[in-house]
Design a protein around this ligand. Sequence first.
Ligand code: GLU
Ligand code: ZN
Length: 293
Amino acid sequence: MTIGRFAPSPTGPLHFGSLVAAVASYCDARQRGGQWLLRIEDVDSTRSIKGASDDIIRTLAAYGFAWDGEVVYQSQRSALYQQMLEQLQARALVYACTCSRKEIADSSTMQGIEGAIYPGTCRTHAVATDTAAAWRLKTQAAPISFTDLIQGHQQHALASAIGDFVLKRADGVFSYQLAVVVDDALQGVTHIVRGADLLNSTTRQIYLQQLLGYPTPLYAHIPVVINRDGQKLSKQTLAQALPSDNIKATLIAALAFLQQPLPDAIHTYSVDGIWQWALSHWQLPHITAAQHS
Ligand code: GLU
Ligand code: ZN
């Protein structure tokens, strides 16, 4: 059974980049005869915008998406993340870290793919358990690799590419990396189709899957949509919210971005008609790795 999912963070309304990811994962799952789940990634409540989840759900429905089962909210699943963290604690695969941001900046000498690498200061000295501490996962020098269905072979030695990364922050918030791995596994997700901005996260997620005894899903990372200045569409780059009055043209633009074949008459189709075409002609292999706008 194929299970795909769309997992937006409610940090603002959906924009064209999020639509492209949703369309790709939806068409992929449905074309394989599978289910498609909707999960709201509100694990970090400090970043959630009030009303954004409902707005996202309304927008997806208006664009004609139909998800299976109930919408899952990460904010209601902390007990599950805690349970998995405790498993890793019991096996000494994680350690408490009380370093401040400044201490890390001052002590770090190595640059990884996402900036300064945490030098492992707290790996070896025990921290008093009453101090508020972050929990970091011990990474290894052995490479983690996978073959992305669009981006091809990927490989990282996590210790030198990323370093020991945080699974739970000192303020008690679980990290995206832990929450996404636990949820994808517990929801039985088999095919993950998402933006290439998350390509570098995947080896961390595979490592966690291995430690927790979860299967590794198949991954397809689609090119990110960029604006005229070459920036990824996001709330930070002031991407516009998806229009509610121009749904057909926007959906067609998303399919065109995904390099799907479209009939000349597509603009005369209804929203349902566009979906029927898209689902019966979907070709993941048409999507190329290169970024284009
Ligand atoms: N919540 C993440 C985001 O909106 C996506 C997570 C994922 O697809 O793995 O960027
Ligand atoms: Zn530390």
